[in-house]
Write a protein that binds this ligand. Structure first.
Ligand SMILES: [Zn+2]
Length: 264
């Protein structure tokens, strides 16, 4: 970090910023690739099959937040908007709730993703309310019960009414195999707990500030990522991944707004 004004001889810093930036960029790309492996991407208009391997981990999130103003990244706002976890839990305030934006309930669930071609994998499903409600309904039915006992089929039906976009059905109950249990044990449930930690109002505010000030830095073309790096290393600010997490593929594919209305 460059310091202006009086600088002590030990503080004088001539580290190679370019190499540092390139390393950060590489790190981000690696994280992106890892996220792709880590999170479920629901395929539209076909069966997506899973075995639930953990309980659901609930969190509140402001999704599809589309701020307006000159400094906003237009391409982002025109598509999916931003997702920021809500701090309005346990008596805390939340700047976005105060501004009138409604948060949604969402759930991270550790699952075994069935893949006949490439083999089953342990992943995290970032599930919308209608999916979790569908699973909950199955748990109350005599032939199904606890969702660790059978596979769940999720069929995102683009021709259906948005309210019925996700068709959730149970598959014939079968005990987990040895491989299933190994995959289940590979899931870090502590991580799910960490991921659903409630941010502070200050965390939310600094995420908002970062987003709103994005273009005001006016980076040279192609240098936008550099600006992002600089912002995320602001002292006291959380890294972007702490609060503003990349929309997972499930929400990428979901262009409907019905979830916005169903938070309670
Ligand atoms: Zn909120």
């Amino acid at each position: 970090m460059i310091k202006t004004g009086e600088v002590s001889w030990t503080e004088l810093d001539f580290t190679n910023k370019k190499a540092e930036r390139e390393a950060k960029q590489k790190e981000r790309e690696a994280r992106k690739a890892a996220n792709k492996e880590k999170y479920v991407k629901l395929k539209k208009d076909q069966e997506n099959r899973f075995r639930m391997a953990t309980n659901a981990h609930e969190y509140l999130v402001h999704s599809k937040w589309k701020p307006t103003g000159d400094n906003i990244d237009a391409s982002k706002v025109q598509t999916w908007g931003y997702s920021i976890k809500c701090s309005g839990v346990g008596g805390q305030t939340c700047p976005l709730c105060v501004s009138g934006h409604k948060p949604n309930r969402q759930w991270y669930i550790g699952v075994i993703e069935r893949d006949k071609v490439n083999g089953d994998k342990a992943k995290i499903l970032d599930a919308k309310r209608s999916i979790v409600e569908g699973i909950k309904t199955l748990t109350k039915m005599e032939d199904w019960g606890h969702p660790s006992m059978y596979d769940i089929s999720i069929f995102p039906d683009s021709s259906a009414d948005p309210k019925n976009y996700y068709k959730v059905t149970g598959c014939i109950p079968k005990p987990m195999t040895g491989d299933d249990i190994e995959l289940k044990n590979s899931i870090d449930t502590e991580e799910l707990v960490r991921m659903t930690a409630v941010p502070t109002p200050e965390d939310v505010q600094s995420s908002i500030d970062r987003i709103v000030s994005f273009a005001s830095i006016k980076p040279a073309p192609g240098a936008a990522t550099t600006a992002a790096t600089t912002r995320s290393t602001t002292p006291g600010a959380k890294t972007a991944s702490d609060v503003v997490f990349p929309p997972t593929d499930a929400s990428d594919e979901d262009s409907f707004t019905f979830q916005d209305a169903d938070a309670s």
